[in-house]
Design a binder for this molecule. Sequence first.
Ligand SMILES: *[C@@H]1O[C@H](CO)[C@@H](O)[C@H](O)[C@H]1NC(C)=O
Ligand SMILES: *[C@@H]1O[C@H](CO)[C@@H](O)[C@H](O)[C@H]1NC(C)=O
Ligand SMILES: *[C@@H]1O[C@H](CO)[C@@H](O)[C@H](O)[C@H]1NC(C)=O
Ligand SMILES: *[C@@H]1O[C@H](CO)[C@@H](O)[C@H](O)[C@H]1NC(C)=O
Ligand SMILES: *[C@@H]1O[C@H](CO)[C@@H](O)[C@H](O)[C@H]1NC(C)=O
Ligand SMILES: *[C@@H]1O[C@H](CO)[C@@H](O)[C@H](O)[C@H]1NC(C)=O
Ligand SMILES: *[C@@H]1O[C@H](CO)[C@@H](O)[C@H](O)[C@H]1NC(C)=O
Ligand SMILES: *[C@@H]1O[C@H](CO)[C@@H](O)[C@H](O)[C@H]1NC(C)=O
Ligand SMILES: *[C@@H]1O[C@H](CO)[C@@H](O)[C@H](O)[C@H]1NC(C)=O
Ligand SMILES: *[C@@H]1O[C@H](CO)[C@@H](O)[C@H](O)[C@H]1NC(C)=O
Length: 682
Amino acid sequence: MKIQVLWLIGFLILHSMATITAKTQTLRTISYQFGPFDSSYYNTFAVMKPATISNDALQVTPDSIGNYSLNHRSGRIFFNRTFKLWDGDIKVASFNTSFLINVFRVNNSVPGEGVAFLIAPDTAIPPNSSGEYLGLTNSSSDGLPSNHLVAIELDTLKQDFDPDDNHIGLNINSIRSNKTVSLSKFNIQIAPNGTKFYVVWIEYYNKSLQVYMAEQAQPSSPTPSKPVVPVLNTDIDLSTFVKQYSYFGFSGSTGDHVQLNCVLKWNLTVEILPGQNKRNWFKIGLAIGVPLLLIFLLGIAGLSYYSYKKWKARSDPNILGALKSLPGTPREFKFRDLKRATNNFDDKHKLGQGGFGVVFKGLLQKENLEIAVKKFSRDIKGKDDFLAELTIINRLRHKHLVPLLGWCHKNGMLLLVYDYMPNGSLDAHIFCGPEKTTLNWNLRYKIISGVASALHYLHNEYDQKVVHRDLKASNIMLDSNFNARLGDFGLARAIENEKTSYAELEGVPGTMGYIAPECFHTAKATRESDVYGFGAVLLEVVCGQRPWTKIGEFQLLVDWVWWLHRERRILEAVDERLGNDYIVEEAERLLLLGLACSHPNASERPKTQVILQILSGSMAVPHVPPFKPAFILASMPGPDSFSISSSLTNTADITPVSSGWTPHYINRDVHGGEFSDASSLM
Ligand SMILES: *[C@@H]1O[C@H](CO)[C@@H](O)[C@H](O)[C@H]1NC(C)=O
Ligand SMILES: *[C@@H]1O[C@H](CO)[C@@H](O)[C@H](O)[C@H]1NC(C)=O
Ligand SMILES: *[C@@H]1O[C@H](CO)[C@@H](O)[C@H](O)[C@H]1NC(C)=O
Ligand SMILES: *[C@@H]1O[C@H](CO)[C@@H](O)[C@H](O)[C@H]1NC(C)=O
Ligand SMILES: *[C@@H]1O[C@H](CO)[C@@H](O)[C@H](O)[C@H]1NC(C)=O
Ligand SMILES: *[C@@H]1O[C@H](CO)[C@@H](O)[C@H](O)[C@H]1NC(C)=O
Ligand SMILES: *[C@@H]1O[C@H](CO)[C@@H](O)[C@H](O)[C@H]1NC(C)=O
Ligand SMILES: *[C@@H]1O[C@H](CO)[C@@H](O)[C@H](O)[C@H]1NC(C)=O
Ligand SMILES: *[C@@H]1O[C@H](CO)[C@@H](O)[C@H](O)[C@H]1NC(C)=O
Ligand SMILES: *[C@@H]1O[C@H](CO)[C@@H](O)[C@H](O)[C@H]1NC(C)=O
């Protein structure tokens, strides 16, 4: 028994020491930062015609300025030096690369064919490699192991072996990908109408390769933070495919359909493999050292046991362990940096306060990056909330969610770092008083559509269903382009998780008027109760009134709107500050949708899929009864749900509970957002 315990402890210590040495052993790497590209790059790059360098970009296939026809072209551009990518059979060099691309469809016509990041044994471009061959292979060489090619393709034209016309793929010696992932589910379109810039990150480490993609507004904008979730994740031992010395670069092609394949910036970091001799000595050292170390460690294991336990008790391995095991966790921030960024959590930097902590605005000096720092209260409960928030947000990525940049854990103090949303929260814009310019109709419609698509993502698209639980205008942030971004998943829990009860928290989270009537009885948050909250937000945005506004005899905004609907005067509900500057058909659609979502009976409310279809105009608004139906508890036998009776949703006796992230922006600058679309690079 005792011996076994000692073995276990010995193993644990050895294991933790191995981890420490792995951590402290810094990689020897060489890094390059290329771009903006001008003609001087012809000296260091192998630009294989008809590829050119022009317009500040690597034009992997000819651009529209050249004398070449754009059709049926293939090109390659490499950094003109090789890297040693493997050594013997144990060591494979890791590398990181990121590049900014613009794949431009000409004249809004169908794009084709694709562009790829490429590791190749030589820079020559195979003849007849246009069309489907992406400059990688041709009809006679495709699939041959002697190609020694590994590529990540961004494919915009569907061949019969492709899943669709907008995917990423891992290609080994062939244009028939070994693995493909459709990018549409990541809200990425490689070559959309108009101009979009994407950053692509490729990371190769421990024989595992991840590709990440994120949109960047303009070539001059700061690089967005790398998403948490890779678009492609695959295990691959490069040493079995590529030559020991290989080139890094790009290839691309056009066919009957054309596109411009532009690379605007490129970063490359490659591990420098240690020399042969060093490795042998290392091996011998390991062979002798490890058994000696083990014996020695077993000897001191007993002594260590006591202090190990003590250390364990203090350092809260639960949280740290959970954080470390998260896949692709956002980066860890130094407490020092966050303290400096927020001027020692100065009250002047306070954006808001809620049940879970305080939100501060900060500026990371080094990166010149504005951030929002959510500082949790110190108690144990706060830590659980922190973990709940982190494990969920960490895996959620959507253009209408507030992006998480990272976290910090110091002396029991827990902090989350988010992108700063320069336009603050939605409520600040709706309720900024009659004199100020308020949100115009198009923005309101865009914001509602954004919230709906984020909710749809949470409810359906992410593999673990998530309910937001606290949907309200103050939790909806606006980015610099006034896109809605859902924030505060502090209360979000996976539906599968049994802890969806409101009862576990003190008081009812969410805020009156946003809470579905059944929640007061069942104390459970559901997707349907989120839809109710969405309906409340929708009415709030269209009417410019808080959900709990008393209007005449009506206790809640929704009751008033329902009455107007019955009286066939529903358009009178539209925010009067808009005057006539709104689209009647859209306003009617939104108001009726708002009522449908506010149906007292959860099962009658539309699902997010339907909501999206209604918002896009591809589906008619469901019939809304003239009288607000009565609320009926599902377990209670009751009259027909459409019978006319007094409503139970009169919740005036319930005091609003403040929770979550409720910012009071000091700087309520409504202006300064950019509304213009990204203009074409060409
Ligand atoms: C690449 O560099 C080598 C020497 O460093 C040179 O001989 C060769 O011409 C270059 N290739 C291109 C395409 O620039
Ligand atoms: C296009 O053709 C003109 C005249 O034939 C020539 O001067 C120019 O260099 C060519 N441009 C390119 C990009 O080849
Ligand atoms: C690549 O980036 C990761 C962080 O994303 C880092 O841990 C790793 O050391 C980097 N590898 C190289 C070769 O630079
Ligand atoms: C390249 O690296 C620099 C310095 O780290 C960074 O500022 C820039 O955003 C990176 N660019 C891309 C496209 O990743
Ligand atoms: C795009 O449209 C212009 C003007 O209509 C035309 O001259 C040009 O050939 C078109 N380009 C392609 C690639 O279709
Ligand atoms: C792109 O624009 C063209 C013409 O304006 C249109 O026919 C096509 O449907 C658009 N495609 C997408 C994906 O928006
Ligand atoms: C394909 O490319 C190889 C060189 O990579 C070349 O030898 C061969 O002739 C090409 N095949 C065709 C059909 O062009
Ligand atoms: C391959 O390319 C050569 C010139 O590089 C051309 O003469 C030949 O017709 C091409 N073959 C096919 C099958 O396209
Ligand atoms: C995947 O890669 C292997 C090489 O490991 C290759 O032999 C095989 O044909 C590829 N599969 C597909 C579907 O392309
Ligand atoms: C490398 O990958 C293997 C499995 O593929 C895993 O067991 C091992 O822990 C990884 N090593 C590191 C240092 O990440």
